[in-house]
Design a protein around this ligand. Structure first.
Ligand code: MOS
Length: 694
């Protein structure tokens, strides 16, 4: 911490940085517990059917094996709200990779070897894992993820499109995508008498504790769930996953501590994925570029286990002024693993499609794509009619254009080549909603002049404990190094998960309030503090969850320069530059990391990441990091993330919007638009791998 004045906004270094790089930070599998055993799940090898027999004799005879849990003898649990957690409760196999047995052994190696020796027999049923836009089982759900209505209509979109002088009617496809955090989903569970202690890799342990209490019939005050350090999640650790349920079951069976660390190859079927989305977008505009009609129809899949609807048509309700519109989601339930949240669910695939279609419309109009966006700026949120609390997309586009050097661009496709390389540039907008949830927090002043802030926030690698310390120091009027922040333990004051880019806003609000209250109490006091210090509490229930009269969203603009090799079909991103308007930025260092991390993930979505459903086996073909290609350093150029100072009084005491997800939103469109500019060819099926481009 350098400089004077408020610590808010300063590029403070991560408080746990030293611990992480020296190995002192403990992750869920790394808590030293004497006598700890290790468990390895046995995944179903059929896509649909029933387990008819499990022969564990050979596995039990192997060295180090303690027990094997099957659906016949695993501890019974109450019916979970999330049916993906009902593991080892019955013989049904709803998709390939569903857990059908769990081997517990002294070491991970012995558990893995024994898992391979478990013999499972099945009654196999026909399966269907193929998503098609004309699937006979397709239906319109009531709501999509996030509680969004599945369908919204305004005016007469069909009429408006029919009479529009300029039209685009186009289709895009985003494949299944996998979260693949560096640290796989891992849980260590230990029953100590009637107390349960769990170390888990989760985005929020308040939820994990509540879930385990319900499933195992144990009061919450006898359960402690910690997640002190988490190696990423990207949504896939937003809710408890089977690893934590299996670990608790196994620990109950053996009586000692048990770790379940999901093997990388089991993640795609077990922890959720971004569901594939098929998009049809129609845009109608006047010759001046003003939109008159828009339809965005999304078809996506979910499993037989649970309805999850990727809300990819939702951003079209936010972005552009258009009097006649329809945004619609339809779903096909297939024998596939259950999809779930992956960084910017809805917005990431939806804005790929919408921002690609806007680029196509700009081409039809012969209009600069930035200008097209400017003429369609709404003065209110199109769907709700609410005023925006703040919306600086125009400034992001203009500032980005200046920084990127957009002026003087030759708009003609395929107009620039360097030897075998075709060079192009593209632009796209970004948006992400401002979400916030109630939280509690505690702040304490100690006689030695230091402060302790306690809150069950989760730092999944974002720098949450650092930024919360800044919020606290700011509200206390204290230097940063006087404040210690405890997070990642369900015994701390309860707090919502690190998800929906809502963590800092939600936690920060209660930390701010607790610290402001403490500062007041201290100001009213005279004399030395008592030994136990002075404590203040805050609970933002009823305020952080109140409906706002404003439409609240962050916005941004991405600019990409790509090269396309005419000989190999290889697309490379040369430059990626984005400008965001996301309220007040609370830590310039960790915010930049969030932005460029999201942009890198968007680059992966554009060029390298994609999963394929093997129709014969009914499973994802790309199940490890050798086949599912996340971008590596050599794929990623210098990335620039900038932001404009945005003051918005309608958010929270810090004035911040979420920043964790917006970086991935629209990035793939900017890159795809640059590829179109380079080649003159519009590719509409991600990722843009050489086999498609050549
Ligand atoms: Mo994020 S996909 O809401 O963790």
């Amino acid at each position: 911490m350098t400089g004077t004045g408020s610590p808010l906004g300063a590029p403070a270094e991560r408080r746990e940085g030293r611990q992480k790089v020296t190995g002192g930070a403990r992750y869920a599998a790394e808590h030293p517990l004497p006598g700890r055993a290790h468990a390895w799940p046995v995944p179903a090898t059929i896509a649909r059917g029933r387990v008819t027999a499990v022969d564990t004799a050979a596995a039990l005879a192997l060295p180090g094996v303690l027990t094997v849990l099957t659906h016949e003898d695993a501890p019974r649990i109450a019916e979970p709200d999330d049916p993906t957690l009902a593991v080892l409760q019955d013989p049904r196999v709803p998709h390939r990779g569903w857990c059908v047995a769990l081997v517990v052994a002294r070491s991970p190696e012995e558990a893995r070897a024994a898992a391979g020796a478990v013999r499972v027999e099945y009654a196999v049923e026909e399966h269907d894992v193929t998503l098609r836009a004309d699937h006979p089982g397709m239906y319109e759900p009531d709501t999509a993820n996030g509680g969004n209505p599945a369908r919204r209509e305004h005016g007469d979109p069909e009429g408006a499109l029919a009479s529009a002088p300029v039209r685009v009617d186009t289709a895009y496809r985003v494949p299944p995508l996998h979260n693949h955090p560096m640290e796989p989903h891992t849980s260590t569970a230990h029953w100590q008498g009637d107390r349960l202690v769990v170390h888990t890799s989760s985005q929020g342990t308040t939820t994990v504790r509540a879930t385990l209490a319900a499933l195992f019939g144990t009061p919450e005050d006898r359960i402690t769930v910690t997640a002190g350090h988490v190696g990423g999640g990207f949504g896939s650790k937003g809710t408890p996953r089977p690893d934590v349920v299996l670990a608790v079951m196994a620990a109950r069976r053996t009586g000692g501590p048990v770790t379940v660390a999901l093997p990388r190859r089991q993640l795609p079927t077990t922890v959720g994925h971004r569901a594939p989305t098929l998009h049809r977008i129609r845009l109608g505009a006047g010759t001046d570029g003003r939109l008159t009609g828009l339809t965005h129809d999304v078809v996506t899949h979910s499993s037989r286990v649970k309805e999850f609807v990727e809300q990819a048509a939702v951003p079209a309700r936010v972005m552009y002024a258009v009097p006649n519109s329809r945004t619609l989601h339809r779903l096909v339930r297939l024998d596939v693993p259950t999809p779930s949240w992956m960084r910017a669910p809805g917005e990431a695939p939806g804005m790929y499609a919408l921002e690609s279609a806007m680029d196509e419309l700009a081409g039809e109009l012969g209009m600069d794509p930035i200008q097209l966006r400017l003429v369609n700026e709404p003065d209110r949120e199109p769907d709700s009619g609410k005023p925006f609390s703040s919306r600086h997309l125009t400034q992001c586009l203009r500032d980005g254009a200046r920084r990127f050097g957009w002026a003087g661009r030759d708009p003609r496709p395929r107009s620039h080549a360097e030897g075998p390389l075709l060079v192009g540039t593209g632009v796209a907008a970004a948006t992400y909603p401002v979400l916030v949830a109630p939280s509690t927090a505690e702040a304490r002043a100690l006689p030695d002049g230091t402060f302790v802030v306690r809150i069950n926030a989760t730092d999944i690698g974002t720098g949450a404990r650092t930024v919360l310390t800044q919020v606290a120091a700011d509200a206390l009027g204290a230097p940063l190094d006087r404040v210690r922040t405890e997070v990642g333990d369900s015994d701390l004051p309860s707090a919502p998960l690190a998800g929906g880019s809502s963590g800092t806003a939600s936690w920060g609000w209660s930390v701010h309030d607790a610290c402001a209250r403490l500062a007041e109490a201290l100001a009213a006091r005279t004399g030395p503090l008592p030994e136990e210090g002075v404590t203040a509490h805050a609970d933002t229930t009823g305020r952080a969850d109140a409906d706002s009269p404003y439409a609240r969203h962050a916005f941004g603009a991405h600019f990409a320069e790509t090269t396309v090799d005419r000989v190999t079909g290889e697309v490379r991103v040369r430059r990626l530059l984005s400008v965001y308007a996301a309220g007040r930025i609370l830590n310039a260092r960790t915010a930049r990391s969030q932005f460029i991390g999201g942009m890198t993930m968007g680059l992966g979505m554009a060029l390298t990441e994609g999963s394929t459903m093997d129709t014969a086996f009914g499973d994802f073909t790309e199940s490890d990091l050798a086949s599912y290609h996340v971008p590596v350093h050599a794929d990623v150029p210098g990335i620039e993330a900038h932001w404009i100072d945005e003051e918005d009084p309608h958010l929270n005491p810090m004035g911040s919007k979420g920043i964790g997800e917006i970086g991935i939103v629209g990035t793939a469109a900017a890159i795809g638009n640059a590829v179109h500019h380079a080649t003159g060819i519009r590719f509409r099926d991600l990722p843009l791998t050489p086999d498609k481009v050549l």
